[in-house]
Design a protein around this ligand. Structure first.
Ligand code: GAL
Length: 664
């Protein structure tokens, strides 16, 4: 990453650039407008396969040579993409077996994008061939500053080629069919496999799938995507020493194990499109950004795509409010992004995404959107000095792809067990409390966090249960929420009481019976608050009850427990508290754990996050998402305005933002 920001002389600003959709006159205007907007990085070639390789094995690089030279001449560096997310029609016709097949057996064809099976040998060969050809030609081109592989690895396939690759993956994982049968529990429903060939991807079937089967297929697919990424990355590395990454789709993304991807990219790159307007979009931005930073081990990362003026809201896109482009971009940069890029530079006039927003809208440069894009470019340029600085979090929310996938299984006791929703809620509650939060894997060493929250850790490995035990014993404060640690990594129930053994010891409880609540049912708790979704019959084995059930069959039994264990404290919450109760619990835990908000006593709607440099300097981002002006007692030089926040503090207008340089 340092190589990229060093080359750019600061943070990155720009977006996807698709000059092949336009003519020379527009290119000339692009040059001018990119200068006006302070664009220094353009992502080129993401969907250019059909132009770059018009026939199998015949390359045409002439047009790209000219575009790269032009961008370079205009002072814009290039994030050069491999175009493998959208194979051209000739590819389908030459390799029909490489087209994806859905779980119900429908074979898809070209006409959209992402029409390939990642496990298809023909596709993988073609992808590596074009990646190698690009790297060979442009590996040392002066315009190119980084490599961008593919686009949002996501497409899953259930075809015969996927089946063959799945079987190889299973053989490597289990060695013998007996081990596989045991792991999947095929003694149930007469599912025993007598040969490897009998195993298929979990295609459409009569009723519930085998949960071990579906979980392994998801693990396999994530590994397959990672293998496809690695092949292209290594092909590029043979010709270029520049950083290589891919744009990961966040945050509702569940096809990849992003911890593993995070280890294979030179830096994490994400796309982020909030799915709700207003404060929810700001909280969602923080959610995506905190995840991106965490998947990269805390290192700086890059926001590769965002929308200039739209947020997705179910079945429609809503316009961003004036100033939201700046606030969302700063929200990402505050949490470790080394810049802000968009999809895309110029709004397309044709094609499937002609109504997708862009930095230069259909109406041209004389628009609010372009003026805001240009002002944002100026703001990003003023922040160059903080490149390389990092974010320190006091709290962590546990995230694990296996748990997400396992909880996404049909046939669980309640359809309201919502993995992403539970993670978002825990993160949002900490965000509302002003506390900077990481995501962490349950098997990590968590000792640097004062508070760790496990909102939806349904599946927990033995190693994870031991790591959590160690964390509490060593002095951490841990909150474990309902139905956590109920199954092991094979999706087998934990026997002898929930959750997993070593975690049970740290929490001082034994879960005996789970009792999901009916839709809309509430259960009263001893302090007058209520729980929904879930309840559990718990026995305290060392823990003290903090709240108990006040109604229903579990009346008098513990609902929330606290256990002093070793030097730390393990809390267990066996129901879903209402928002006020959950916020109050989190506030209490933060206080007990000694975790403080970045700036105490902030007015509602003001977000504060700090980036720390190695030289003792730090940069405090203050973003006012609310509708009221705010006065905040902080001091420092605001990089955005060049003004010093004086003794009576900083005045932040409604919707305003500041980035204060301070000394730690
Ligand atoms: C991203 C994708 C872009 C564009 C964008 C629209 O997921 O990478 O190509 O489709 O969404 O929001």
């Amino acid at each position: 990453m340092q190589r990229l920001t060093g080359r750019l002389g600061g943070l990155a600003y720009g977006g996807d650039y698709n000059p092949e959709q336009w003519d020379e006159q527009v290119w000339k205007e692009d040059d001018l407008l990119m200068r006006r907007a302070g664009v220094n990085l353009a992502t080129v070639g993401v969907f250019s396969w059909a132009l770059l390789e018009p026939e199998e094995g015949r390359f045409d690089f002439g047009w790209l040579d000219a575009q790269l030279d032009r961008l370079h001449g205009n002072g814009v560096a290039v994030d050069l993409a491999t175009p493998t997310a959208s194979p051209p029609p000739w590819f389908t016709l030459a390799h029909p077996e490489a087209m994806p097949v859905t779980a119900d057996g429908t074979r898809l064809t070209h006409g959209s994008r992402d029409t390939y099976c990642l496990a298809s040998p023909a596709y993988r060969r073609a992808a590596v061939r074009i990646a190698s050809a690009l790297a060979e030609r442009y590996g040392t081109h002066p315009a190119v500053a980084m490599w961008h592989i593919h686009n949002e690895y996501a497409t899953v396939c259930w075809c015969e080629q996927s089946a063959a690759a799945f079987r190889s993956w299973l053989r490597a994982r289990y060695g013998t069919l007996d081990a596989l049968n045991d792991s999947w529990g095929t003694a149930f429903w007469s599912q025993r496999y007598g040969s490897w060939e009998q195993i298929t991807p979990p295609r459409a079937t009569q009723w519930h799938h085998n949960p071990g089967h579906t979980l392994d297929f998801r693990r396999f697919w994530s590994d397959e995507a990672l293998a496809a990424y690695r092949e292209q990355r290594d092909a590029i590395r043979a010709h270029s020493g520049l950083p290589v990454t891919t744009n990961l789709m966040l945050p509702g993304y569940q096809v990849l194990d992003l911890w593993r991807f995070g280890r294979e990219v030179d830096f994490v790159g994400i796309d982020h499109y909030p799915d709700a307007p207003g404060t929810d979009a700001a909280a969602d931005t923080a959610f995506g950004a905190d995840r991106a930073r965490s998947f990269g081990g805390g290192k700086p990362w890059l926001l590769i795509e965002q929308g200039a003026s739209t947020v997705y809201a179910g079945d429609r896109t809503l316009g961003k409010q004036p100033g939201e482009m700046l606030r969302h971009s700063l929200g990402h940069i505050a949490r470790g992004s080394e810049g802000a890029l968009f999809f895309q530079w110029r709004q397309s006039r044709a094609g499937a995404e002609l109504w997708h927003s862009a930095m230069v809208p259909h109406a041209g440069a004389d628009t609010r959107i372009f003026r805001e894009a240009a002002a944002l470019g100026e703001a990003v340029a003023r922040l160059g000095e903080l490149a390389g600085s990092t974010v320190r979090a006091q709290a962590a929310v546990l995230h694990d792809a296996d748990s997400w996938w396992a909880l996404d299984t049909r046939g669980l006791p309640s359809a309201e067990l919502d993995y992403p929703g539970s993670l978002r809620r825990a993160h949002r509650t900490l965000w509302d409390a002003g506390v900077t939060t990481d995501f962490a894997h349950p098997e990590d060493d968590l000792s640097r966090y004062r508070l760790v929250v496990a909102p939806a850790l349904y599946l927990l490995s033995d190693a994870g249960a031991e790591a959590l035990h160690r964390y509490v014993e060593g002095g951490g404060t841990l909150l474990v929420q309902h139905f956590c640690g109920a199954v092991d990594e094979r999706h087998h129930a934990r026997l002898g009481g929930y959750p997993a053994g070593p975690l049970r010891t740290a929490l001082g409880i034994r879960g005996e019976e789970y009792r999901p609540l009916a839709a809309g049912e509430t259960v009263a708790l001893s302090d007058g608050s209520t729980g929904t979704v879930w309840s559990e019959s718990l026995r305290c084995e060392g823990a003290e009850p903090v709240l108990s059930y006040a109604s229903g069959m579990l009346a008098g039994q513990p609902a929330l427990t606290r256990h002093g264990f070793g030097r730390g404290t393990g809390w267990y919450l066996s129901t879903r508290l209402g928002d006020p109760g959950y916020a109050a619990l989190m506030a209490r835990l933060l206080e007990d754990a000694g975790a403080a908000p970045e700036v105490a006593g902030l007015p509602e709607g003001v977000e504060a996050v700090r980036r720390h440099g190695e030289d003792g300097r730090s940069w405090l981002f203050l973003i006012n998402h609310g509708g009221q002006p705010a006065r905040i007692t902080v001091a420092g030089l605001d990089l955005l305005t060049g003004a010093e926040a004086g003794p009576d503090g900083l005045h932040l207008p409604a919707g305003g933002a500041a980035v204060l340089r301070t000394v730690d």
